[in-house]
Design a protein around this ligand. Sequence first.
Ligand code: PLP
Length: 356
Amino acid sequence: MENLVNQHIKALKSRVADPTRSGHAIYLDRNELPYPPSPAVIQAISDAVPLLNRYPDTLGGSLRKTLANYASVAEEEIIIGNGSDDLIELIVKVFMAPQEEVLIPNPTFPVYALSTQVMGGKPRFMKRGVNFDLNIKEIINQVTEATKIIFVANPNNPTGNLVDRQDLKMLIENVNCLVVVDECYYEMSQQTVSDWINDYKNLLVLRSFSKSFGLASLRLGYGIANAQTIDYLYRATQIFPVNTLALLTGMAALTDVEYAKEKIKQVCQERENLREKIEQMGFGVYPSATNFIFVNTKPLGILSADLVQRLREQNIWVRDFGGKLGLEPYYFRTAIGTMDQNQKLQDALGKVMAHG
Ligand SMILES: Cc1ncc(COP(=O)(O)O)c(C=O)c1O
């Protein structure tokens, strides 16, 4: 068997299952919305249950049209997938052949590199600047014949910062490869370049229901691009990439955008509050356009791995980035929780610092 497995798959690490999550801990390590989804969504799920003996609609069914209205584009300019993760892999599958390259300004969302490796390609990492800004001219210079895709998360995960619209324009205009602008946190940042899809055929925008609509578990994402690109992507999807619960629930979430907006408003207020408090403790905190903050522990001389472990002992989960994605051993990311959860995080951080 061993010799039958593709070399590029053998090169990947084995995966270990995360422990099942209980209600006892505070989970701030996956950038989730801390609130349940809208009542309209909960109703739609129960209405959809009797339909589960049937296969789902293909090509996203009516959700495609509803999303087109929401995003102010045409139905043919939307593709629906099983989370943005699924669409990232699909994009790589369609645009990159084995041995070709994908350019990734790091630190960023690790699924871009993973999907490239799974498809037998080469992720080429470029280092972001001091405040995790993109050096657009340098990226343009690094593009070669072998470069098929550039992934830009906007806002970026884990750093939370936005790329300037003019910079994105400069990038898209000056490269021949596909530029994927991943707007997973769009409703929080309110920044989009989806209005450019017909000006630039090499632009593809990704969005998700996971964060802003509180539907991470459902796995529902979508892409926006010119109709030709969407047609090629749909040629390579599975026949039923998205399940009926997700399709109907996505429709329901879009009938109650006000609910999402209200929750996002609370999260953004809490974010600024938490940011201020953590800064007062002496940590470095980067500005964020989304529902998480990126924290530098270096000013306090604490290794982030130690800090994250000490928080875990107090049942609070944040994500350690120390030594990861090309970073020094001093960074962690925390999602913004409810007011109560954020207070508990501050208290726990206070305890860690008090006990050295
Ligand atoms: C930038 C970015 N893109 C995509 C995703 C994945 O989103 P989904 O849940 O839709 O697969 C995430 C999740 O954390 C993310 O941060």
